[in-house]
Design a protein around this ligand. Structure first.
Ligand code: N01
Length: 548
């Protein structure tokens, strides 16, 4: 019998799964509409991604003033971000502050995982169960489960044989981990590792990075925020928010930071001289951040344009890393820059100049197995006191797939998605009426500043539910033909870009047996928002409102 308070046969207008930024905003919106709602959350606090990802150096790759809620102007004005890119503890403090300021916590049940969500056709309600024995039903269910919330373990022999300290970047302990004097190994060189490595290297006696695929990274050029700059920025917060929502920078905004602007220089790299292009790249490099590639509009469409950006970064790596062999190993050559999420770092490449840091290029010297005391390579054994796995996530579909979700006729979502996720606009699935996904597959989601995409979906879902009420409809649903059309459209857009060449978690390529489908919608945040607004203006075209 569970010792924590549970819901028994509870009834709500809506149940939300997850208390990250998506779930909290959704709860607030529904309450404003006078609806009852319950959130179920696995963690013992709010924050989602920022609750779990506590690894050393964790911070956001969108600027703090842009990675924050835009729906409450007082909150926006009052909250003080301290750095250009916020650290994980600061973002978590913000999430907790929001949950308290808007009194959200009373409707959140923590420390339980939703295990089953079944549609009861007769009642036109969803029955929800958790691993702690909660049972509740709701008219609407909203999945706010995040795109990167299910960790992926590496498929390496002997992983469980290891007897030293093992850490997973995305499930880091809450207490401080001290690597002082230790030999530490890191497997993985994605965004998480690229942030963690420089910080761990300052503590460990020896840090060994085991790299299979190098990644492109641009400097964050992080710094404390200047009070005057913030005051000026806050005076025009609405303008900046508008730019994030409709502009070209995937929701990152045109922030006009001290060092320059982030408006594109040209439609195509070919339209400007090599000198102009290089000067633009250098300016963006000095400016820092994830908008590096939007210098020209064709960098993610045209191979030649993209190669110019890749070469620029290769040269930066070669200039920075003193050992030529290490520098070459760190230069990504197997995928176009940006086709995997571009990393944003603080001193990542510089860290390889430290005496206590070494890189193992697994393409030349692969891992044979993990042993009780370290890692056995084809050539040599590396003894380790601690092993850090920064090996990514079962992205976009993982969190939904682990819940037993059954729609009309008992259809399982897992079966429906056997060949890859299928949604209409990343918001709904045919056969699963009144069930919404926030930043679901088929929406810009991970190709954007997540906060902007979350807010778009919360707005859409709220208005959709209000529209159903206005019409006296009990059921909101999408048809299979609309869903098929959308899935094709998402593919067409992806195929017109270089993303398809990335071979990354965007495609499910990091998970054995997962269908290779490009999951996010690559049109950009602005065009997607315009489409959402058009759909809403046209009486939610493509969505059906049915009276039971
Ligand atoms: O995960 P990843 P991540 N042997 O999947 C390697 C967001 N994020 O947690 O590429 C050896 O990118 C794997 O190698 P390979 C952001 O969207 C944001 O770092 O498969 N290596 C790869 O190097 C990001 O994109 C922020 O060859 C193995 C690494 O593990 C997303 O989260 C910060 C292996 C996994 O990289 C995921 O980033 C952090 C094996 N068997 C994350 N298996 C910010 O906002 C896997 N790897 C800043």
């Amino acid at each position: 019998m569970s010792e924590i308070e549970t819901d028994q046969n509870a009834s709500f207008d809506a149940i939300i799964v997850g208390a990250g930024f998506a779930g909290m905003h959704m709860l607030h919106q529904l309450r404003q509409m006078g609806l009852t709602a319950r959130i179920y959350e696995t963690a013992d606090n709010v924050g989602g991604t920022w609750y779990w990802n506590r690894y050393p150096g964790a911070r956001c790759d969108a600027e703090s003033v842009a990675y924050s809620y835009s729906w409450d102007e007082d909150l926006e004005q009052e909250w003080e971000w301290t750095e250009r890119y916020s650290t994980q503890p600061e973002i978590l403090r913000y999430a907790i502050h929001v949950s308290e300021r808007f009194d959200l916590r009373k409707d959140i049940r923590f420390e339980r995982r939703v295990t089953a969500i079944h549609y009861n056709e007769g009642a036109n309600r969803w029955d929800v169960a958790t691993d702690q024995g909660d049972s509740a039903s709701a008219h609407y269910v909203i999945m706010a489960t995040g795109c990167l919330s299910v960790p992926a373990l590496p498929d390496i022999a002997g992983l469980d044989d290891y007897k030293g300290n093992r850490y997973q970047a995305s499930q880091w302990p809450h207490e401080e981990v001290d690597f002082t004097g230790q030999h530490v190994g890191v497997i993985g060189t994605g965004s998480s590792a690229i942030q963690a490595i420089p910080v761990m290297a300052r503590q460990a006696a020896q840090l060994t990075v085991f790299q299979r695929t190098p990644n492109f990274s641009v400097p964050a050029q992080n710094r404390p925020l200047d009070d005057d700059w913030v005051a000026g920025f806050k005076k025009n917060y609405r303008g900046h928010r508008h730019n994030q929502k409709y502009g070209l920078n995937s929701g990152f905004g045109d922030l006009k930071v001290e060092l320059g602007e982030t408006v594109p220089l040209a439609d195509a790299a070919n339209d400007i001289s090599e000198e102009e292009l290089l000067a633009g790249m250098e300016a963006r490099w000095q400016q820092g951040g994830a908008t590096f590639l939007s210098l020209v509009m064709d960098s993610m469409i045209d191979d030649d344009s993209n190669a110019l950006f890749a070469n620029f970064i290769h040269n930066k790596i070669r200039e920075t890393v003193k050992d030529p062999e290490t520098a070459e190993a760190l230069c990504p050559t197997t995928h176009p820059v940006g086709s995997r999420r571009i990393c944003v770092d603080i001193d990542y490449f510089e860290t390889y100049n430290r005496d206590n840091v070494s890189l193992v290029n697994l393409l030349k010297n692969p891992i044979e197995r993990i042993t009780e005391t370290g890692i056995q390579l084809a050539d040599g054994h590396v003894e380790l006191d601690s092993l850090v796995l920064a090996t990514g996530f079962d992205a976009m579909t993982g969190a939904l797939a682990r819940i037993d979700i059954q729609g009309e006729g008992g259809e399982k979502l897992l079966d429906k998605w056997e060949a890859g996720p299928r949604t209409y606009m990343g918001l709904m699935m045919s056969g699963f009426p009144n069930l919404f996904t926030i930043t679901g597959p088929g929406s810009p989601s991970v190709l954007s500043n997540m906060m902007v995409s979350i807010e778009m979906h919360v707005e859409f879902i709220s208005k959709c539910i209000a529209n159903a009420a206005d019409k006296g409809a009990d059921k909101v649903q999408v048809t299979k033909s609309n869903e098929d059309w959308w899935v094709n459209h998402v593919n067409e857009v992806a195929n017109a870009t270089l993303y398809r060449k990335g071979g990354s978690w965007y495609l499910g390529a990091n998970i054995k047996g997962k269908p290779r489908v490009f999951m996010p919608y690559a049109s950009g945040v602005g065009p997607y928002r315009e489409l959402c607004e058009k759909v809403m203006d046209q009486d939610f075209r493509g969505f059906e409102f049915v009276a039971a």
